[in-house]
Design a protein around this ligand. Structure first.
Ligand code: ZN
Length: 454
């Protein structure tokens, strides 16, 4: 870094770096130079730094890596609070006709709402798995990417697709699906137009056919080939419910993990949402192949899907990240709450030692970075990595008196004070700095009325 580089100094805070040694500082500092972390350590920042444009006094706060959300459906922001007592298949069948009315203005408004809650929940890297592309609905992918760019958060668009309608034995109505050729061509065009593979990348694209029950076997296979030919990652839903397992056995003559393997969907470039119903053998195959899991405990609870075997996946060495899932099955969309939910879910299943607060934080940061294939640049506070940082209030009313700040973060109800993405402020003093939040809420409410036909 040159002397002319603009620097931000954050000091007097607790720091959980989430590096390989889980280094923590009771009181420490981080210096940001440009978009990267220049130094991190105990005590105050080095004296004599040049080009300091901002100093943040972190007294009473905990600094963590920015959170990484590994599974979401932004468009559902405008269809929240519906089908509240349904299992996955009934919930989907109820909502598909509404979702099929989506257009470019609606995806933009919904993305802004979701992204606003992402940022306020400590997320510096967001993702959207978008898989509803009705004919004539406009440039949905472009509108979502524009919303993320305006919000200022790092972003992965998992370009989803569905081509198995009810007439081919699938779950979605025929009017809600694309053709095989159309889905593949549009996905590749999205990679051409938007994917940036660089270390500093703010936008990446993944190939993401939706699920075994909404996608043809040919689209699974050719989607995997496309992703590998273009060097992008693969994302889908898998092993979410017992009904999905029955569906796979009836249609393909095998369970989901065998089906994914047969179509090229186990590998260290794949991360899969849910993975609730995995046998011990399936857990071992995820770990052996490096297949990642986006654990979504709130959504799994909301839909009554079950509790994913996270302890077994972590022990086996599989990459595990956290996700809020779409807003129609997790209405709050507040990522920091997912750490608490993950801890509780693991303990419902496996007792009090099933997951620690620090393991929950690691899943939400480095675990997510591994799922997205970006562990080299994101997920921990280390010199040279991207300056994606979240500063949490742990000394005010919700956390006061809890001695350990990481315990406050995961067991308590901390508020976010500041969020930096690539060294740029996105949340300051608890408020979004890049967008007008009232305008966002108004636009989302109008889009919600329009998609509902009100
Ligand atoms: Zn999902």
């Amino acid at each position: 870094m040159t002397a002319s580089t603009e620097r931000i100094v954050i000091e007097n805070c607790s720091i959980a770096t989430v590096d390989a040694d889980d280094t923590e500082y009771a009181t420490g500092h981080v210096v940001v130079a440009g978009n990267r972390i220049e130094s991190v350590g105990a005590g105050p920042a080095p004296a004599g730094l040049e080009g300091v444009v901002r100093r943040v006094d972190g007294t009473g706060h905990l600094l963590t890596p920015g959170l990484i959300n590994t599974h979401h459906h932004f468009y559902q922001w405008i269809t929240r609070g519906l089908a509240t007592d349904h299992n996955l298949f009934n919930w989907l069948v109820t909502l598909y006709p509404t979702w099929a009315r989506i257009d470019e203005q609606m995806t933009y408004a919904a993305a802004q709402g979701s992204l606003g809650m992402m940022a306020r929940g400590g997320v510096t890297t967001a993702m959207d798995h978008h898989y509803v592309f009705p004919q004539g609905s406009g440039d949905l992918s472009g509108s979502i990417i524009r919303a993320a760019s305006e919000m200022g958060v790092r972003f992965t668009l998992a370009r989803g697709s569905m081509d198995r309608g009810t007439s081919d034995g699938g779950l979605p109505p025929d009017f809600a699906v694309e053709t095989l050729e159309g889905a593949l061509a549009a996905t590749e065009a999205t990679i051409d137009q938007h994917h940036d593979a660089s270390f500093d990348s703010m936008t990446q694209i993944a190939v993401a056919p939706c699920s075994p029950f909404s996608v043809s076997t040919e689209l699974m296979k050719q989607g995997a080939e496309l992703a590998r030919r273009r060097g992008v990652r693969l994302h889908t839903h898998g092993s979410e419910t017992v009904e999905e397992e029955q569906f796979c056995k009836e249609l393909f003559g095998m369970g989901p993990t065998d089906y994914f393997e047969s179509t090229g969907w186990l590998g260290d470039d794949v991360w899969m949402a849910h993975c609730v119903h995995l046998s011990d053998d399936a857990v071992a195959r995820f770990a052996a192949t490096g297949t990642g899991v986006a654990h979504c405990p709130t959504s799994n609870g909301r839909l009554g899907s079950g509790i994913a075997p996270i302890r077994s996946l972590l022990d086996a060495g599989a990459p595990v990240g956290l996700g809020v899932d779409g807003s129609a099955s997790n209405e709050s969309g507040r990522m920091v709450d997912e750490l608490h939910q993950a801890l509780l879910a693991a303990r419902y299943r496996g007792g009090p030692l099933a997951l620690s607060a620090r393991e929950a934080l690691t899943m939400a940061t480095m675990g997510g970075a591994r799922c997205l294939g970006r562990a080299g640049e994101l997920g921990s506070i280390e010199v040279g990595k991207q300056a994606d940082l979240a500063l949490w209030r742990v000394g005010d009313l919700p956390g006061a008196g809890i001695v350990d700040p990481v315990t406050t973060l995961v067991f308590g109800a901390p508020a976010l004070e500041h969020l930096f993405v690539a060294g740029r402020p996105v949340v300051s003093g608890g408020a979004l700095t890049t967008v007008d939040v009232d305008e966002l809420a108004g636009r989302a409410a109008a889009a919600s009325a329009r998609i509902a036909g009100r």
